[in-house]
Design a protein around this ligand. Structure first.
Ligand code: PLP
Length: 265
């Protein structure tokens, strides 16, 4: 692979409707100018309004996919999405271990907007104790952060307290997304563990029903900008801007009967 073409591996679930999961990740990584690779953890039977079933890929086969691409092509960044079970989390951890990849972005995917569990309850602690400590940054939304921390979030003070508890003694950066709060002005809070700084990222809520896969899109854009060599602060800002534009440009789409996809450039 030439030095100019940055490589991003996404480890995530497949969404046949093309709006979330691996499909959103590949579109985003490509739009952000990187070379996209994918290791599939689960095949999800879903569309824009319901999740009908989850078919996990055997753990040894997930591990195999990761080893195959990393031993051959390598990666400048890895984005991790849906992991489904403790067994899959451990397989991903073991497969990544020999490669010492710094740019690991983890989107702790748990529940789809359609309401179904994409991560089993039994896997929450494994995710927290086994995988999060290996990442550079995690990107939970409010419900995910509540599950991971065991704390309710209703205010900015709560967000700051939860970030502290998720940052593994201030070593892991956390972008806590405010989209699930009811305010019209949304303030994501970003803790940068490398500079020890807290940044508030304000944005106006965009009226759109097409928000399927926004979390996948943001974390993939973030992994892509880190792969390009931008700092954490710059990568977070650029990824947020990519996602804002993706929601704005996708707002008028009439794809599917439920929450349709965002636009990819
Ligand atoms: N389906 C898959 C395979 C995913 O990885 C994700 C990721 O968050 C979702 C669905 C979630 O979709 P939504 O953005 O509609 O909650």
């Amino acid at each position: 692979m030439s030095k100019q073409y940055k490589r991003v591996l996404t480890i995530a679930g497949s969404d046949p409707s093309g709006g979330a999961g691996i499909q959103a990740d590949i579109k985003t990584i490509s739009a952000c100018g990187c070379y996209a690779m994918s290791a599939i953890t689960a095949v999800v039977d879903e569309n824009t309004f319901e999740v009908k079933g989850v078919h996990p890929v055997p753990a040894t086969f997930v591990r195999g996919q990761i080893e195959s691409v990393l031993s051959d092509i390598g990666a400048d960044a890895v984005k991790i999405g849906m992991l489904h079970s403790s067994e899959l989390i451990m397989a991903v951890k073991e497969a990544l271990a020999p490669y010492n990849i710094r740019n690991i972005v983890l989107d702790p995917v748990m529940v789809a907007t359609a309401g179904n569990d994409l991560l089993k309850q039994e896997a929450v602690r494994t995710l927290q104790h086994e995988l999060i400590p290996l990442t550079r940054i995690i990107t939970p939304n409010i419900p995910e952060a509540e599950v991971l921390s065991g704390q309710k979030i209703g205010s900015k003070e709560d967000m700051l307290a939860v970030i502290k508890s998720l940052s593994c003694n201030n070593t892991i950066s956390v972008l806590l997304k405010a989209g699930h709060l009811s305010d019209n002005e949304l303030t994501d809070i970003f803790y940068n563990a490398e500079t020890r700084e807290i940044l508030e990222l304000k944005a106006l809520r965009i009226a759109s029903q097409n928000t399927h896969g926004t979390g996948c899109t943001l974390s993939s854009a973030l992994a892509s900008f880190l792969a390009h060599g931008f700092s954490l602060d710059e990568s977070v800002r650029k990824a947020k801007e990519y996602m804002t534009q993706a929601i704005l440009h996708g707002a008028d789409y009439g794809i599917g009967k439920g929450h349709g996809p965002v636009h990819h450039f």
